[in-house]
Design a protein around this ligand. Structure first.
Ligand SMILES: Cc1cc2nc3c(=O)[nH]c(=O)nc-3n(C[C@H](O)[C@H](O)[C@H](O)COP(=O)(O)OP(=O)(O)OC[C@H]3O[C@@H](n4cnc5c(N)ncnc54)[C@H](O)[C@@H]3O)c2cc1C
Length: 412
């Protein structure tokens, strides 16, 4: 692995790649790992200084989309390997039931470290941090060349395919804004606390606490944003997370940190929180920053009727967890044992031969994206796109076997 953009000295090592991927979150990491394992020359371009995506940046600790509603693994391939690696990395990582769904409870920092070490060990993968795709040169609907803006200046690179795993369709929007549906779902601001008593959020204490917070927000003893805050136990016994809802375009980080500090002052007077402190503030988490216009648009109807497709990328069954900007959260569980598929066509940008997306910026209706966007599903989508580009029958139950891919990525 080489790290252009992190050292401040190097330009890109390569002048050609089989696949360029924008975004080092769940989908981008999976796509990069699968493609590199398949023998492709991969460039992974990440805007921030670190890999890990929204999980790391926004402090997510409950990974959804890895298990079905009976707690069985939903995917093979990289998503299953991720679960195994996370479980091995920390004794605190564990499978947990949340309502009718199952998640993997993991410290976001452990998740990011596991991802970084995994990627660093993969040959054929070049990482470019603090960088962006600045320009895309196209010929007859095919991406030919990208210009990557790195910390040390722009670098042009010929590529066989481009994958937008930015979580917000940022690259596709840059090519043509008409190829993106803008999103409006509520975002989230998450704060991690430690020093919390182990039973502080257990039933019924947690219910009483939520009621007290709502009352305090209603009568002005807490800022109004605290009315809908969600408190959850953390990964270690002495941790808790507070998740605030934030309307798109209104996020003010210092103001939200003050709001979180007010909530924490309030909590410290209550049983179980006297010795607690805020240990980390997340950055704004954007649930729907834009979805591509794909060859197929996954619909709410597809999800509810359990649609299967001739070109499946992966299966999914997460509830429709929709964060409406006006009415807030609605959670609609799918029937027990229910699964739907995400077709590869919903990951291919319409009108282009080798321009793809993976992860939460897939082509989907807002309420379909509200189910398909969870972490495990994003890993499975990223791997499936790589499999398709490698020219393999891409089922994420079968991780791409290592093989040479000379020419296979051309205009995938
Ligand atoms: C508040 C909130 C809470 C959530 N809670 C959960 C949860 O509990 N469980 C769960 O499973 N899912 C949760 N999700 C969904 C979760 O965000 C997604 O499942 C997952 O992070 C999406 O992965 P991704 O790879 O598509 O995008 P991301 O993880 O967002 O990764 C995209 C990456 O691309 C980078 N990037 C952006 N633009 C560019 C660019 N132009 N060039 C290069 N890089 C770029 C970003 O810096 C980022 O690293 C939550 C989301 C939010 C916002």
């Amino acid at each position: 692995m080489s790290l252009a953009g992190t050292t401040g000295t190097s330009a890109l090592a390569s002048k050609t790649a089989d696949i360029v991927i924008a975004g080092g979150g769940a989908a981008g990491a999976a796509c990069a790992l699968a493609a590199a394992r398949g023998g492709a020359r991969v460039l992974l371009v990440e805007r921030s200084a670190q890999l890990g995506g929204t999980v790391r940046q926004a402090l997510l600790h409950t990974l959804g989309g890895l298990f079905d509603d009976s707690g069985e693994a939903l995917h093979g391939g990289l998503a299953a390997e991720l679960t195994a690696r996370l479980l091995a990395a920390s004794p605190h990582t564990r499978k947990r039931r949340m309502g009718k769904a199952w998640v993997l409870n993991v410290d976001p920092e452990i998740y990011a470290q596991v991802m970084e070490q995994w990627i660093a060990a993969e040959a054929g993968l070049e990482i470019c941090l603090q960088s962006e795709i600045a320009k895309v040169a196209l010929t007859r609907g095919a991406v030919q060349e990208v210009v990557v803006r790195t910390a040390t200046g722009p670098c042009a690179l010929r590529t066989g395919a481009l994958v937008d795993a930015s979580g917000s369709a940022d690259v596709v929007r840059r090519i043509d804004p008409a190829c993106v549906h803008e999103g409006a779902a509520l975002g989230g601001f998450i704060v991690q606390m430690d020093g919390v008593a182990a039973d502080a959020l257990r039933f019924p204490a947690g219910v009483g606490l939520a009621r007290e917070i709502r009352q305090a927000a209603a009568n002005g003893r807490l800022p109004p944003q605290c009315a809908s805050v969600w408190l959850d136990a953390g990964v270690r016994d002495d941790e808790a997370y507070a998740k605030f809802s934030v309307a798109a375009g209104t996020f003010d980080a210092p103001a939200m940190q003050r709001t979180a500090a007010s909530l924490h002052d309030f909590l410290r007077r209550l049983p179980g929180f006297a010795a607690s402190r805020i240990s980390r503030y997340g950055s704004l988490g954007v649930r729907d920053g834009g979805r591509i216009v794909g060859e197929y648009c996954l619909s709410e109807h597809d999800i509810k009727r359990g649609s299967h497709f001739p070109d499946p990328a992966c299966s999914a069954c997460w509830p429709i967890e929709h964060w409406d900007p006006l009415s807030g959260l609605t959670l609609e569980y799918l029937p027990s044992g229910h699964r739907y598929q995400i077709p590869l066509r919903s990951l291919k940008v319409r009108g282009f031969s080798n321009l793809w997306a993976a992860g939460k910026c897939l082509s989907a209706e807002p309420r379909a994206q509200a189910s398909a966007r969870v972490v495990g599903t994003c890993w499975a989508m990223g791997e499936a796109v790589a499999g398709q580009l490698l020219g393999l029958a891409s089922r994420n139950e079968n991780a791409p076997a290592a093989r040479a891919v000379a020419g296979a990525c051309e205009h995938g």
